[in-house]
Design a protein around this ligand. Structure first.
Ligand SMILES: O=c1ccn([C@@H]2O[C@H](COP(=O)(O)O)[C@@H](O)[C@H]2O)c(=O)[nH]1
Length: 261
């Protein structure tokens, strides 16, 4: 069965935050339960894999799994914490002599190339707006509200009757934006805080209290939260819906129905 592996579950700054001495950041420095690299996942099938998002921790993430060659990548949006590793990936493609394949929404591709104009020599950038298939996964992408930071994209991946959604950066989604999340077998959702006090117009990602309302509406069978800031302490028992787990690097989730289901 295919699997989903979390490579990182942190927000844009990762945990610990460089400037911060809060108990969560200090714990992350000392014992590491709360150490979080920037959010990214790896989808593995019997003979290949692809990754979603390539933040500035990409190199460490590849090293931690002993991966020497990454051929394929999907990008949700062109913010630093999701594309900061692209130059290193392009360099790696050059040195192993492959052309990487990067799939992203058409409007995202020129933004990536504006940041890193040399990428095209070693990576082919392909639009995925009409839907693509990778390793038997039918992948649909749609634009989601990312609050004060503009827009991101979510992906729905379906194979053999199993559907899951990856949506790391979104907030205050409307009905049309949640349509493809409905009744997924798994929803991977970004929740930066448990409860974020800041005024809504200054925010960019759901918190866990708002996410509970979203889940009650779209009813995934299982949900895993990612993109968590130093506000979230994995040692705590939070009040969460029964079907929710907090992600961590190395967490692996089977992508398919178990026999007894
Ligand atoms: O146009 C932009 C705006 C922001 N960024 C970077 O993206 C993240 C945003 O943080 P979230 O918590 O995910 O909203 C941050 O690192 C900004 O520096 C960007 O790259 N481009």
């Amino acid at each position: 069965m295919d699997t989903l592996k979390f490579l990182g579950t942190g927000d844009a700054m990762g945990t610990p935050r460089v400037y911060c001495g809060c108990p969560v950041c200090e714990e992350a420095r000392l014992s590491g339960t709360n150490a979080r690299l920037r959010s990214s996942v790896l989808v593995e099938s019997s003979d290949d894999f692809f990754v979603i998002d390539c933040g500035p921790d990409w190199r460490r993430q590849m090293e931690s799994l002993g991966i020497r060659v990454m051929r394929r990548l999907l990008v949700t949006h062109p913010h630093f914490d999701h594309i900061g590793g692209l130059p290193e990936w392009a360099d790696a493609c050059r040195w192993v002599g492959i052309k990487g394949e990067l799939y992203a929404p058409a409007e995202v591709i020129p933004v990536i190339l504006r940041q890193y104009p040399w990428l095209g020599s070693h990576i082919e950038l392909k639009p995925l707006d009409e839907g693509i298939e990778l390793d038997g996964w039918q992948i649909a992408a749609w634009r989601v509200n990312h609050g004060k930071n503009g827009y991101s994209y979510a992906f729905r991946l379906e194979k053999e009757g199993y559907a899951w959604v990856y949506c790391p950066d979104s907030i205050s989604l409307g009905d049309e934006e949640t349509r493809l999340m409905r009744e997924a077998d798994l929803l991977v959702l970004g929740t930066s805080f448990y409860h974020e006090e800041a005024e809504l117009s200054t925010r960019s990602v759901y918190d866990m209290t708002e996410a509970a309302e979203l889940l009650a509406d779209v009813k995934p069978r299982r949900a895993v939260y990612t993109h968590m800031s130093h506000d979230v302490d994995l040692r705590k028992a939070y009040d969460l819906p029964d079907n929710v787990e907090l992600g961590y690097a190395g967490k692996t989730v089977p992508l398919g129905h178990r026999i007894e289901e």
